[in-house]
Design a protein around this ligand. Structure first.
Ligand code: ADE
Length: 420
């Protein structure tokens, strides 16, 4: 499989894009200081020597720096996309041409090509799999030699935990998503900023003064709501979890059911991890010109088949904007085919936040390489000392010093008798 003129087995759009890709990878690298430190250590000690890694991640400039870091640590790495619309073709080209890392990913690939690319990466016969959405599990027959894996995202971790519970998970996984240095920052500030970036790049919509409806108040929803407010929108949150809904209320947002929100919202974004969050009954009442988008992992949060059935026609009005005309004449604008809008029409999370997520990934791969034999086919958290070390290094790279406990304070915290 190769649409490119290279000896390597790979499938990227066009190797002529590599010069631009290289510049963007270098640009991202400048903001990935923690990963740079890990890479230096990897170059010195080659902790991943002899380990084959199959990575199914969004193929971005930030992921390229992770792939190079693992390769420099001695790993034999191949990369495929974890979403048909998230690949940066210039980055994929540079990884192939400049780094010799095989990539199977083309932005806009159809579903068959997308799955064939995952198979091609899995045929690398990895020892370690890396996923953003648990895609490797789709080819159980190719996973015989795998000793362990890592998972980047909330949706993937939920699936893998369900598999472990049913006894069908075949090898141990480190849930990178669950590290504090991942979800506190990537899910909140990364998704918050990049989702708004994606919506604005696709539409050039003015958020100020608009009613911005956010479905889901997990870490991603929290970040998106806060950034939406910062852009001047009147943010409305919908939730199914009473505690999260209450948190949104006390964070100062309007909270209501989607049935109510659908009637008044100007722009919508789903970040729930669930399906049909925007569905037929909502399409029936959306305002003329409403914009609907998704930043959750899978393109199931908006019931697109229902929208297709309910509309009389559709046309592409801008890149990543599909205008559906309903039978009563109202227009509904769907962004990015309902796929992750922050990666479809923008560039994903900024490099400085991916720095921590991918530091977690790199150290988790190293951890799995040395500890897989002692682990069961279950989902594990990133060891706390690694999580804390990443936070410490990030602060150091920002030139920020923090206090330390005095011995007296340590003793106080460890005891129970002092104080009246
Ligand atoms: N997920 C969200 N943003 C990303 C990025 N910039 N690179 C890789 N994965 C991402």
């Amino acid at each position: 499989m190769s649409t490119t003129t290279t000896q390597m087995n790979c499938d990227v759009k066009n190797l002529d894009l590599a010069d631009q890709g290289k510049k963007r990878i270098d640009w991202a690298n400048q903001s990935m200081k923690v990963l740079q430190i890990i890479r230096k250590e990897f170059i010195k000690n080659h902790p991943l020597r002899g380990i084959r890694v199959s990575a199914c991640l969004h193929v971005t400039a930030e992921t390229a720096n992770l792939a190079v870091c693992l390769r420099d640590g001695g790993a034999d790495v191949v990369l495929c996309a974890s979403n048909p619309l998230s690949t940066q073709d210039d980055v994929a080209a540079s990884l192939v041409r400049d780094q010799g890392i095989p990539v199977f990913a083309i932005k806009g690939e159809d579903n068959d090509t997308y799955y064939n690319h995952i198979i091609a990466a899995t045929e690398h016969r990895p020892h370690i799999t890396m996923d953003d959405g648990a895609d490797h599990t789709k080819r159980q027959d190719l996973l015989d030699g795998v000793i362990g894996g890592t998972e980047e995202t909330t949706t993937g971790v939920i699936r893998l935990r369900a598999m472990a519970k049913e006894g069908v998970l075949r090898y141990p996984i480190v849930a990178v998503n669950d590290a504090d240095t991942k979800h506190f920052f990537d899910n909140r500030y990364g998704t918050g900023q990049s989702t708004i970036d994606g919506i604005i790049r696709a539409t050039n919509f003015l958020l100020a003064g608009s009613k911005f409806v956010i479905a889901g108040y997990g870490w991603c929803g929290r970040g998106l709501a806060s950034r939406g407010r910062g852009a001047g929108a009147e943010v409305i949150v919908t939730e199914i979890d009473p505690t999260k809904a209450l948190e949104a209320v006390m964070d100062g947002f309007r909270v209501m059911s989607m049935t109510e929100a659908a009637k008044i919202g100007d722009v919508f974004c789903t970040v729930t991890g669930n399906k049909n969050v925007l569905a037929r009954e909502h399409f029936e009442v959306l305002k003329d010109g409403a914009i609907i988008s998704n930043s959750g992992h899978f393109n199931v949060e908006i019931d697109i088949p229902a929208l297709e059935k309910m509309s009389s026609s559709k046309r592409t009005t801008r890149n990543f904007v599909e205008e559906y005309v309903m039978r009563d004449g109202r227009k509904i604008n769907l962004l990015g085919e309902g796929r992750l809008i922050n990666l479809a029409s923008a560039e994903g999370h900024p490099a400085s936040v991916m720095d921590m997520s991918f530091a977690d990934q790199a150290l988790s791969v190293e951890y799995m390489g040395s500890n897989a034999k002692t682990l069961k086919p279950q989902v594990y958290v990133v060891p706390e000392h690694l999580d804390k070390e990443i936070a410490r290094l990030k602060l150091e790279s920002m030139g920020i010093k923090i206090d330390r406990l005095t011995p007296e304070q340590e003793e106080y915290l460890a005891g129970w008798s002092e104080g009246t």
